[in-house]
Ligand binder design. Structure first.
Ligand code: PA5
Length: 333
């Protein structure tokens, strides 16, 4: 594998601060109807679906819900705006959810490069993002757009977000390959990514990035729920590498649980690593942990000699799902 793919993947992640801020500017400037709504339901799956998790975490106190499925919930109506995120605009689940939303007369806006989503919605209801990336590498731009749009809808000042993005930029200047030596322990083990509350999206992102970029088995576990089931199954620790997303803003209960996990694993020879970043806000902490997750997945891909940009198994399934996309009878699709 040419080392260029790893350098390209690494430098794309390093550009994420610019992608967040540029995306936010575009979201704020988007010419969309002046919706009067109480709730935003973000639909989308995979790399696009994580955008919903990230903005929902950042818009704590607002009704921003995430729905990763082929439909929309029965309880939503005209008080809800559906925000459909699909980088390709070709994803069966998202297109079906949008089609159902439209047929129920519910407002919908999309974030995409185009595809069938643009046909379904029309470009006037779509905020276009830069093309030419793998969806998961476009997450910072799509998140920025979604964040800007939500600021506009709920009347929120984006200043704190943009400050967090500047903090991310400095952080990204300071990290190097030496910060990812843990790949040596991770390479032969199944990753278990454990996170909580505002860092939930960082754990989900790490799991998905290890899966897709590094072709690595990885699972997501949420605190404090894991304390009531998951840990009972920790009988053979030797197969696993536990990655703990620690926070400077941990609630006492979460801190207690994490501290116990560290003692428990440490006392039994379990391999674990705590991701800790300095941050002045929860939003900055989340952005930095996501960037760390991205770079860790690229580092593991390099260690394993696999291409972080290409997918091998997901494309085997896609044609089966795509048969179920909504039909466009006029265009003969
Ligand atoms: O990162 C990826 O390539 C995938 O997880 C895709 O995001 C997923 O298959 C959905 O595609 P899209 O983001 O184009 O809707």
């Amino acid at each position: 594998m040419s080392s260029n793919v790893y350098e390209d993947a690494w430098s794309t992640v390093v550009k994420s601060s610019t992608m967040y801020s540029e995306g936010c500017r575009r979201g704020l400037e988007a010419k969309i109807p002046n919706y009067s709504i109480e709730r935003v339901l973000v639909v989308g799956v995979g790399g696009s679906g994580i955008v919903g998790d990230i903005v929902a975490s950042m818009f704590d106190g607002y009704e921003v819900l995430v729905h990763k499925s082929f439909d929309v919930p029965a309880y939503i109506g005209s008080e809800t705006l559906v925000l459909a995120v699909s980088y390709s605009g070709e994803t069966a689940e998202t297109l079906r959810a949008v089609s159902q939303t439209l047929s129920r007369g519910i407002s919908v806006v999309g974030i995409s490069t185009g595809g069938r989503l643009a046909k379904l919605l029309g470009w006037e209801r779509l905020i276009a993002v830069s093309s030419g990336l793998e969806p998961r590498f476009a997450v910072p731009e799509m998140t920025g757009v979604a964040y800007g749009l939500l600021c506009k809808i709920f009347g929120v000042d984006p200043t704190n977000f943009l400050e967090a993005v500047r903090e991310l930029e400095q952080y990204l200047r300071s990290v190097g390959v030496e910060d990812f030596r843990i790949v040596e322990k991770l390479v032969d083990r199944i990753a278990v990514c454990i996170s909580h509350t505002h860092l939930r999206p960082a754990g989900l992102r790490l799991k998905a990035q290890l899966n897709e970029n590094a072709k690595h088995p990885a699972y997501y576990v949420e605190m404090p729920e894991a304390c009531h089931n998951e840990i009972e199954g920790w009988t053979d620790l030797s197969k696993f590498f536990y990655i703990l997303h620690r926070s400077g803003f941990e609630d006492v209960v979460v801190k207690e649980a994490f501290d116990w996990v560290v003692e428990h694993l440490g006392g039994r020879g379990g391999e674990y690593f705590e991701i800790v970043v300095d941050a002045s806000s929860k939003v900055a902490e989340l952005l930095k942990q996501i960037a760390y997750a991205d770079l860790l997945s690229v580092s593991l891909a390099r260690r394993k000699g696999v291409n972080p940009f290409s997918l091998t198994t997901i494309p085997l399934l896609r044609p089966r799902l795509r048969k179920h996309r909504p039909k466009f009878s006029q265009q003969g699709d």
